[in-house]
Design a protein around this ligand. Sequence first.
Ligand code: APR
Length: 310
Amino acid sequence: MKVTVVGAGKYGSTTVQRIAESGLADEVVMTDIVEGLPQGLALDMMQSRPIEGFETRVVGTNTYAETAGSDICVVTAGLPRKPGMSRMDLLEVNAKIIKDVAKNFCPASPDAVVIVVTNPLDEMTHLFRDASGFPHQRVMGQAGMLDTARFEHFVAEELGISPLQVEAITLGSHGETMVPVPSQVKVAGKPLTEVADDATIEQLVQRTRDGGAEIVALLKTGSAYYAPSSAAAAMVEAVAGDKDEVMPVCAWLTGQYGIDGVYLGVPAKLGAGGVKEIVELPLTDAEVSALRGAGNAVREKCADLSKLGD
Ligand code: APR
C-alpha cells in the first residue's frame, strides 16, 4: 500500500505521521514545494521508527516522481486561514494550487483514491475531480469527520461525559452552511434532544459551525491540524482496509436527499475504490432543507470557480 500526502505543512505532516504510525502503508510519500521541508520531516519521522515500532517508509520530496503508483492520495497543499478570514477567502489562491497538484499527481497514479482537505473544502474537491478526470467515487473531501468530532467533543464537554459516549453526525458544507444534525445525536444511547434543551443544542451547533475559526483565532498563525489529520487518516484507513465503514464525507451526489450533481457532506460507505454508497438517513424536513440549501450554495461557488482563468 502506497500513500501520497501532498503538502508537508501542519496538516500534511501530522497526517503522514498518523498514517505511518498506524502501519497501514508500506510507504508514505510527502511532497511539497518548499525545498528541504518534506525531506527533513521524513528523515525525522524515519528516526522515530525504532521507538514507535513501525516499519512504514516515509519519503520526502519536492517532485512527483516518487509518488508514482500511489493507491491513495491526501491533498493538503494550500494556504490556511488567518484570523478573521473565512474559508471562502482562500478560493482563488487554493484553486490554482489544486489544479497544479491534479495535473502533476494524477498521470502516474491513475487508479488512486484521492482525499482532498484543502479549503474551501467542497469547492476544492469539485475542482480536483474536474481537473483529474477521475471517476467521482474516487475523489472525495474530508470535512464531515472533523466537524462531527468537534460536535461530539462539545456535546461531551457540555454534559460532562466521555466523548466516546457521544455519537453525532454533521452534514452539508464545511463552512457557513454546515448542517449539524441534532436529531441523529445519541448520548449514551439516548437522543440528545431528551437530555439537553433547544437553546443548549443551538449553542452547541453554532460552536461546531465556528469550530475551525475558534482555533484560528487562538493560534493567530495557521489553522487546526490535530483533529483534522485524525479525520483524514481515518478515511485513509477505511479505504486502505476496504472497511465499508460509513463516515460523513464530502461526496458526489446523484439524487440522494433530492440533491444532484454537487459535492456535499453526507454519510458514505468507504472502502477499496473510494465511495461505495451514499447512505440516506431519516432526517427531519428542516434538516433536509438545510442540506439542500448547502448544496445550492456549493453549486453557486463552483460555478464562480469555473469562471476563474488558469
Ligand atoms: N504543491 C505542494 N505543496 C504546496 C503547494 C503546491 N503547489 N502550494 C503550497 N504547498 C504547501 C506549502 O508549501 C505548505 O507547506 O502546502 C503546505 C500548507 O501547509 P500549512 O501552511 O501549514 O497549512 P495547513 O495547516 O497544513 O493547511 C493546509 O488544509 O485545513 C486546510 O485551510 C487549510 O487549505 C489549508 C490546508
